[in-house]
Structure formats: structure tokens, C-alpha cells
Design a protein around this ligand. Structure first.
Ligand SMILES: NC(=O)c1ccc[n+]([C@@H]2O[C@H](COP(=O)([O-])OP(=O)(O)OC[C@H]3O[C@@H](n4cnc5c(N)ncnc54)[C@H](OP(=O)(O)O)[C@@H]3O)[C@@H](O)[C@H]2O)c1
Length: 341
């Protein structure tokens, strides 16, 4: 058994910019009753991390803080009364700590998320309650499993809330982390997938992953009509709305009785819609906030059953984490940007 040091490396934000990130030494935390100590091996970055680092996403976030939410590592010590895990188990902490099933409480949603307001995972060791982690799927590497807590689970929840079924048409917007997982899960569910992207090269890669139709939203800015055209006028049964400001276009692209899972805001936070886009076609629109531990377990079973491998764009060591953030900010990535520790 490897010994646990007394100090560790942590990536600390001392201000609200990527250039304020610094590696610092911190004491290794000790697990208390019901908690596990995890030696973090891989962290995947999310669009949210960039938003948090601007200082606008979570108002009045105290400095300094450790960013990032999604990690995979190995349990190296357990507190008293931990039966859920043993030393040596590979685990991923859940993003919304304490949300185990059903809906979270408002308090869990606003104050119990890893990577702000709770301390983030870009540090060599973290402690979480044993109840707030799940076992990593055996078929995935640490790096692959680190992509699941936000990007994977959000895509899974969007499709689960939309009751995806074989024969449905699912539209995913862009080639970001959530969209790629949604593509993979939708194909596993037997759906036809329409993908949009600003890049023809990325659309080709999405077709390799199983996308049936690709639409370039730069060269076809009115892509909602293209969606209607390629579906014979029906539209998409389920849309994973990562654009946000594109909601009105998505509603136009939705089939009668369809579902829009409102997930993100990469195109902007504000959208203007016509109420008749909802009423006449009886469209359901629902916000998605990642997902519960029960959903995480269900997703992991589907990943194992369907041999789904998360798409990794690139991997960098924690000493190069700022470059990893800047790479993601640049937008050329395809798949998840991962930091190893
Ligand atoms: N609600 C939740 O629970 C939840 C969970 C996770 C993420 N999110 C949010 O969902 C969004 C996506 O997150 P992510 O982690 O998947 O991001 P990401 O990996 O950084 O990907 C962003 C992608 O969005 C695409 N994009 C940019 N502008 C677009 C536009 N105008 N229309 C359509 N696509 C556009 C780009 O794809 P191309 O390069 O292919 O054009 C870009 O690669 C973010 O707003 C994030 O905060 C929400």
C-alpha cells in the first residue's frame, strides 16, 4: 500500500482569470466518519469551469478556490463506518454532493456542487462522503471516467427526461462534451442523430461516432429549417439545447409533441421565443441540472452494456493545466480536455 504524504499539489485560483491559477502546496485532508480520501488521477474540464473562472457565474465566490468538478481516482483511505467503498476502489465523485435520487433540494443545487462553491478537484487528494461518489466503470481508464460526472450525466439526463426511444430523431448542438455524449447515448438508444457544428471537419468526426446527419450552423445559419427538411418536415423529437440563445431556432426545429432539454448557454444566456412555438406543437421544454447519483449509476450500466468510450481531445499534466484551460477556451477541441495528476 502506498503511503499518503502530508502535503499535496493543488491548482488554486487567486483571482478571476486563467492567469491567476497557480500550483500551491496544501495539507492532505483526512477522511472523517463516513468519508473517503481519493487520490485523484484525472480531471476533465468543463465549459462551466471557464465560466466560474470569469467570476460572473457564481457571484461573490470567495478567493482563493480550487476549480473543476469532474475527477476519477482511487480510494486510498476510508473513515469510520464506510461500507460503500474499500481502499483500492476506483471512484468518481458526484458533482452535486448529496443528490442521490429524484430532484435535488434547492440548497444542494446552489451550494453543494464541486468546483465552486465547494472546493474543486484539481488537487492530488480530495475527501468526499462515501455516499457522494460512484464506482468508475471497469472498462474506462481514469481519464475516460473523469469525463462522466458533468458532461456524461447531463447528456444522459437530457435524454432520460425526453424519454428517448428507438426511432426518435435527436438533435445535438455543437461538438462539445455534452453534445458528444448525447450523440453516443442517443445512438445506443436506437435514435437517429442530427449534429450541428461550426466545423465540417468536426461534423465528419461526429459521423464516425454515429451521427447520421451533420449541419454546419455557420454556413447554414437557419439550421432549424435544414432540420425540418432532412426529417421530411417532422422536425427532431428531442433537442439537447446547449446553445441557449438558440432556443427559438430549436423550437422551430422540434417535432409536434417533441422535447427540448435546456442545458447550456454557449451562444448566450438570453433567448426570445414566441409562445405559439410551444402551444400549437405541444412542445415540452425543461431545464437540466446534471443529474442524481441514481442516474449516474444507470448511465454507468449503459456505458458498460454498450461499450461506450468517452471522447478525449487531449491530456496534459497538472503543471500544464493553464494551457489545458486555454486550449478549451480556444474552442478547437473535439472531446474532453483532461488533466492528469
Ligand atoms: N445544465 C447542465 O447541467 C450543464 C451541464 C454541462 C454543461 N452545461 C452547459 O452546456 C454548454 C456546453 O457545455 P460543454 O461542456 O459541452 O461545452 P464545450 O465542451 O466547451 O463545448 C462547447 C461547444 O459548443 C459549440 N458551440 C459554440 N457556439 C455555439 C452556437 N452558437 N451554437 C451551437 N453550438 C455552439 C461548439 O461546437 P463546435 O466547435 O462544433 O461548433 C463548442 O465546441 C455550456 O453552456 C455549459 O455550461 C450545462
Amino acid at each position: 500500500m502506498t503511503s499518503i504524504p502530508s502535503t499535496m499539489k493543488a491548482l488554486v485560483a487567486k483571482g478571476f482569470s486563467l492567469d491567476s491559477l497557480e500550483l500551491a502546496d496544501r495539507p492532505v485532508p483526512q477522511p472523517r466518519r463516513g468519508e473517503i480520501l481519493i487520490r485523484v488521477r484525472a480531471v476533465s474540464l468543463n465549459y462551466r469551469d471557464l465560466a466560474v473562472l470569469t467570476g460572473t457565474y457564481i457571484p461573490n465566490l470567495p478567493l482563493p478556490f480550487v476549480p473543476a468538478s469532474d475527477a476519477c481516482g482511487t480510494v486510498v483511505a476510508i473513515g469510520e463506518e464506510v461500507n460503500r467503498f474499500a481502499v483500492g476502489d476506483r471512484v468518481t465523485p458526484i458533482y452535486t454532493q448529496g443528490w442521490h435520487d429524484g430532484l435535488p433540494t434547492p440548497q444542494q443545487r446552489s451550494s453543494r456542487t464541486l468546483g465552486a462553491p465547494l472546493d474543486g478537484v484539481l488537487q492530488t487528494y480530495i475527501v468526499v462522503p462515501a455516499e457522494d461518489a460512484v464506482r468508475a466503470p471497469d472498462l474506462l481508464s481514469d481519464q475516460e471516467a473523469s469525463t462522466l460526472p458533468i458532461a456524461g450525466l447531463t447528456a444522459w439526463s437530457a435524454l432520460a427526461e425526453g424519454n428517448v426511444k428507438p426511432g426518435d430523431t435527436v438533435l445535438v448542438q455543437g461538438s462539445g462534451g455534452v453534445a458528444l455524449f448525447a450523440l453516443q447515448f442517443a445512438k445506443a438508444a436506437g435514435a437517429t442523430v442530427i449534429a450541428t457544428s461550426s466545423s465540417d471537419a468536426k461534423l465528419e468526426k461526429m459521423k464516425v461516432l454515429g451521427a447520421d446527419i451533420g449541419i454546419n450552423y455557420r454556413t447554414t445559419p437557419e439550421w432549424e429549417h435544414a432540420v425540418k427538411d432532412v426529417t421530411g418536415g417532422r422536425g427532431a423529437d428531442l433537442i439537447v439545447e446547449t446553445g441557449g440563445a438558440t432556443l427559438s431556432q430549436s423550437l422551430t426545429a422540434t417535432a409536434f409533441g417533441g422535447f427540448v432539454a435546456v442545458v447550456g448557454f454557449v451562444a448566450g444566456y438570453n433567448a426570445t421565443i414566441q409562445l405559439r412555438q410551444l402551444i400549437g406543437p405541444v412542445v415540452r421544454v425543461q431545464g437540466i441540472a446534471v443529474g442524481s447519483r441514481a442516474r449516474f449509476d444507470a448511465m454507468n450500466r449503459a456505458i458498460a452494456a454498450n461499450n461506450i468510450r468517452p471522447v478525449i481531445d487531449s491530456t496534459r499534466d497538472i503543471s500544464d493545466a493553464v494551457a489545458a484551460f486555454k486550449h478549451m477556451e480556444g474552442g478547437s477541441h473535439f472531446g474532453k480536455v483532461v488533466v492528469t495528476l
